[in-house]
Unconditional design. Sequence first.
Length: 471
Amino acid sequence: MSGWFELNRNGESQYHFALKVGDGDPILSSKTYQSKVSAQRGIGSVQAHSQSHDRYEKKVSQKNQPYFVLKDTDSQIIGLSQLHSSAAARDADMASVKTYGNTATVKDNTLHDPEVFMPDEQQQSKPSQIRAINVESDGAVPTIWNPNASVNSPCTQVKPKPTEPLSQSPDSEPSPGIDQRFLGALLMVIGMVAILGVSSALVDFKLIQYAVAAAAVALVVGGWLVFSRRPVGSTAIPAESGPKPRNWRPIRIGILLIVGLAAIWYAQSRQWGQWLDEDEAERLKAPVWNYHFDDFTTGISQADVQKHLSAEGFRMRCYGNLEQREKIEPEDTSTCWTITRSAYGIPSRMLVFFFGNDGLHHIRQDFPSGEWDAVSAWLKQQGDVDAGEYGRDQGGTKIAGRRGKTGLILASKPGFMGWTMVMWQGRERVIERTCQEENDRNPQWRMLCREWPAPTRPAGFIVRHTVKPEP
């Protein structure tokens, strides 16, 4: 049985070779080369390294099919065997490569290629099909001979050089194309932006918000898979058995995050629903709120508020040692809250008082989100001056203000918490915080710091609960 190299060119003008034996069965195949010279160097590298036992590496594909690769001294793969049904068949082909790998016989099916050097007269008279013949050689240099030339005519000889690294091997994956990377990165960015956008709304425990978060997580995972996957149309070379592809890790992480979101929503929504049910039951039994913000002034003590409102039937709950997130201002030290049935003819929810060491600082009143139109109409009737806008709330909604007699009244459309909040801030607290530096050019500063008259009579809340002595 004899062996030979067969050099071919595909339709894309790329070159490749195979070592064949017997009836033409290939026992070793090369990668594709961009030039014929590179392919000839590859043949020379196989001839030079096929006799060294340590240049072979046995492998097993993911489908448990044995194969082997031949490497050069730089550990670059220069030849790849076929997939075999057994380790014995693989070892037999590896032995054949060792036996015939240094053959000088090269069947060149590309002699019509313009890269081959031949005299002009031979180029004009070459046959349509040129087949190589055996040439006596020392085996170190593959010789490509024109059969129509005389014995002494020139021929092409190429000395082997270290072969170029394979573009693909079982141990490496090609990098995705630019378009594929861009699409994957874009999907990941969109998913992360969606996660950031919906994260603050998760405290409302609504199903749609958790569904959006889960979809955003899936989008990030999908973007990563697109970013890192093998390009379409790449040459498939058997992969080694062993650990699963690394893309399973983001998939597992994504599944865990989605399952975690579902578990949190299920547990917390039930708890949240229970709280809302309890609040609604208390609201229906609670008294109507008959006070206006102008009935309160800065400095009313916590004891007075708790005492008088409890006497009116409100269930007052008070506590101190506030965490930073529970404060409106750093000086707030304690709070009292209750639930009211309605206020100003509008169904209401929670009423919260914030106190400092010097007494009352702020009052916050909550209304259902569906009552915004009524609250907005009520707000326009409060105070005597439109105080403009005061930034945005946590949901990004503009905060509108009205200047009252005893404080600044602020409100915004329903935010991520699902209800409308109205805030009263005592006049003295607003002036202390706002008017430290003079800014007479700012109309809002002048309205609050120069043109806001002080109250001329005691707070209505105190007056109402003052016990008049009998005559």
